[in-house]
Design a protein around this ligand. Structure first.
Ligand code: 13P
Ligand code: SF4
Length: 339
């Protein structure tokens, strides 16, 4: 494929979304990335939050955390370039230790992953002995290593239901935990806040996604008053009040499928804004409303420019100490088995 053909492909999808001069410049970067990815036998995985020009040009696969973990576990390529945040690239390394895993940013964190430490988990296990610990995949490897199994937004309730015990520790996202508690009919407590409670089946933690916590029921009321026929989709990292006031809640890929499979006149996606642009590009006949330009400050560090640098300079290599990797792998594999 030539640079011109790469540009034409991107133009067909993104002509209404990315200004033409920018598209021409991005097509040159994409062309070079595609050339290098073949030369180096690299697999490119991209999360649904990647900017449109990247999302629609260079990845072999796009998806939510669960789908990309599955792809990372199965590849026979030598290198995995993970266009997402650090905990996602780390999960790829946990699953594929023999591969070189590259994150195209020196540090692309996540407020949930930094919201809990392995020491916090050990303290909780001491306080609630014998209670199984489920951790959201948005955590670092040393935290996963302390837990019994992982989940993503795509299978959180299924993972909790799969456990044989009445009580479960669910970390670290307060809002996802509250949403799962509601869906599974469990009463949730938070250490430090509900010390005297005795009737509970879930124990949560107080970390939050710095992007999704910004959406409010006031935003929903205001958009519904202007567009009464809007379908509102929320990510389960939003507060339970926001989820309850929405028409649908699910992982990033579940939201994408919802728009594809329904025919509402207009949609509002309460999640990272780049995904709204990607959904708009794939559904030209449907109006995707945008309330604001909320981008995840970590996801937005990954661009075509940084992905090209990653391939050119073999950066930034993700490493996980083997003793931690082996323990974390158990939790991740149990998650993948549940689906
Ligand atoms: P998904 O697994 O739904 O893609 O979500 C990942 C994430 O970080 C959302 O903020
Ligand atoms: Fe983490 Fe929120 Fe960014 Fe997702 S959107 S990576 S949960 S900070």
């Amino acid at each position: 494929m030539t640079v011109q053909e790469t540009y034409q492909n991107m133009k067909a999808r993104l002509g209404d979304i990315v200004p033409d001069p920018e598209l021409r410049q991005k097509a040159e970067l994409a062309y070079e990335i595609i050339r290098l990815r073949e030369e180096k036998n690299a697999l490119i995985l991209a999360h649904n939050y990647m900017e449109p020009a990247l999302f629609y040009s260079v990845p072999h696969y796009t998806g939510d955390s669960l789908e990309l973990s599955r792809k990372a576990a199965r590849t026979d390529k030598d290198i995995i370039v993970f266009c997402g945040v650090e905990f996602m690239a780390e999960t790829a390394k946990i699953l594929s230790p023999g591969k070189t895993v590259l994150l195209p940013a020196e540090k692309a964190g996540c407020s949930l992953a930094t919201g809990i430490t392995a020491e916090d988990v050990r303290a909780l296990k001491e306080k609630f002995p014998g209670v199984p610990v489920v951790t959201y995949v948005n955590t670092y490897a040393d935290v996963k290593a302390e837990c019994d199994l992982c989940c993503t937004s795509g299978n959180a309730a299924a993972v909790v239901k799969s456990l044989e015990t009445d009580t479960v520790i669910f970390l670290p996202d307060e809002y996802l935990a509250r949403n799962v508690a509601r869906e599974t009919g469990k009463h949730i407590i938070f250490p430090g806040n509900d010390e005297t409670a005795s009737d509970y089946q879930m124990i949560g933690w107080n970390a939050r996604c710095e992007v999704h916590e910004k959406f409010t029921t006031g935003d929903i009321r205001s958009i519904r008053s202007r567009f009464p026929d809007v379908a509102i989709l929320a990510h389960p990292e939003c507060s339970p009040e926001v989820v309850a006031a929405s028409d649908f809640a699910g992982s990033t890929s579940a939201m994408i499928r919802f728009v594809e499979e329904t025919s509402e006149p207009r949609y509002l996606l309460l999640t990272e804004c780049a995904m709204g642009d990607n959904v708009a590009a794939a559904n030209p006949g449907k109006e995707i409303l945008s309330m604001c330009r909320i981008r995840c400050p970590h996801m937005e560090q990954i661009t075509l420019e940084s992905t090209l640098d990653a391939l050119r300079h073999n950066q930034y290599v993700i490493e996980v100490p083997e003793d931690i990797r082996v323990k974390a792998l158990r939790s991740v594999e149990r998650m993948l088995a549940i689906g």
